[in-house]
Design a protein around this ligand. Sequence first.
Ligand code: HEM
Length: 398
Amino acid sequence: MTHPSGCPVSHTNYMQARPALEHYALLDREREEGPLLINDAMPWEFTMVTRYDEVRAALQSTGFSCEVTNAMNVPRQIDIIPNMLDGEEHIKVRKVINPFFSPAAVKRMEPFALERVTALLDELQPAGSCDLVADFAIRYPTEIFLEQMGLPLTDADFFLPWVETVFGGLIGTEKEAAAAASAKIEEYFDATVEDRRAHPKDPELDLVSRLIEARIDEEPIPHQDILTICKTVMLAGLDTTRSALGYIYRHLALNPQHRQRIVDEPTVIPKAVEECLRMYPLVFQVGRLAAKDVDINGHRLDQGTITWLGIGSANRDPRKFEDPESYNPDRPGVNQHLAFGLGPHRCLGMHLARLELVLVLREWHKRIPEYRLREGVELMERGGQLSLTTLPLEWEMA
Ligand code: HEM
C-alpha cells in the first residue's frame, strides 16, 4: 500500500510484545521497502526513516525538535531532561552533567563496578542457574547508579519496581500506575536533594550537589528540573543496560563458538560488546518533530512531521554493514553503529554502559565460561524499547 506522499505504508505496531528478535525481522523487512515509510498503527501518523545514511543525517540535523522524543508515544507522559530540550537550552544542561559521565569520571567507577559484579557472581554461581534478566542484569546497573548518586544500595529494593512500572506506562497501557511511580521517584529525589542542600558533598564527585551548585545563565537550576534530571538519568540508564545484557547473553548462550572466543581471548570483549549493540539495538527508534521543512539526503519531511529515526533498522542495514545478520566483532568500523544515537542528544551514559558491559563479560566468563539457555522456554521481548522479559540460563556447578 502506498501513502499519498508516495511512501510505502507500515501498519506495524512496534509497541507490542513479540517472540524474541521478531521486532528486528520486521524492521529489516520494512527498511527494504523504502528509506521512508508512513506508519499508521498509532492514533497519529508518523514517518519512519529506515536506512543508515538517512538516520545518521537526521540525528545530526538541526531541523528537528525534541518536542517529540518517541514517535510511538505522543504526547509524552512525563518530562525528561535533557532529552526533551532543544538547541542552546539543551547544550547548557549537557555542559553541567557531561563531566559526570566523561570517560575519566566513569573510570573512577570501575573498582566499585568490579566489586559489585564479584559479589553478584559469588551469589549466583553456586546456584547453577539464574534468570539473567531478573537476578543479575537489572541489579547490577541499579547498584552502580545508586553508588554514583551517593545513595544506599539497599534502596535498590524499591527502585526496581518503580522503574518497571514507569516503563509499563511509557510502553504499555498502565498510564496511571506509571504516573504514580514517576511521582514516587520524584519524591525520593526530592528528599535526596533536600539532604544535599543541608549537607553538600563535593560537587566534583556528587551529581546532586553539582546540580544544586550549577548556574545556567547565572541562575540556579530550578528544583523541579533537578528532580527531573535525576529521574531521567535513572530511567535512561537502568532499563537500557539490563536489556543490553539480556540480548548479549542470549547470543552467547546460543553461539558457543562466539562465547569460547571471549573466554580464550578476553581482549575481544570491547569489540564483541559493540557488535552486539549493533545487532541488537534496544532503543530501536528515537522520535523527533520536524521543526521546519527538512531535507534528509534528498528526502523531504514537512514541518510538523512526527518522525521516527530508525536506529534498529539502520544498524542492520546491508548498505552500511556487510552481512549485517552475522556476528563479526572483527568487522571494519564495528563501533560505527547508532545504538547510542548521534549528534547533540547522543547517549549521556554511553561510556558508563560500555564499562559496565565489558566488565561483566570479562568477570562472568572467568567464572562461568559455559552456560546454556534452559530448554523449552519461548523467549519473549517487550516492544517499545526492546527488552527480553526473561533469560533462564543454566551451567554446571563447580
Ligand atoms: C546499552 C545501554 C544504553 C543504550 C543502548 C542507550 C541508548 C541511548 C540512545 C539511543 C540515546 C539517544 C536518544 C535521542 O537521540 O533522543 C540515549 C540518550 C540518553 N542516554 Fe542512553 N543508552 C544506554 C545507557 C545509558 C546509561 C547507562 C545512562 C545514564 C547513566 C544513559 C542516559 C542517557 C541520557 C540522559 C540520554 C539523553 C541525552 C540527551 O538527550 O542529551 N544511557 N541513550
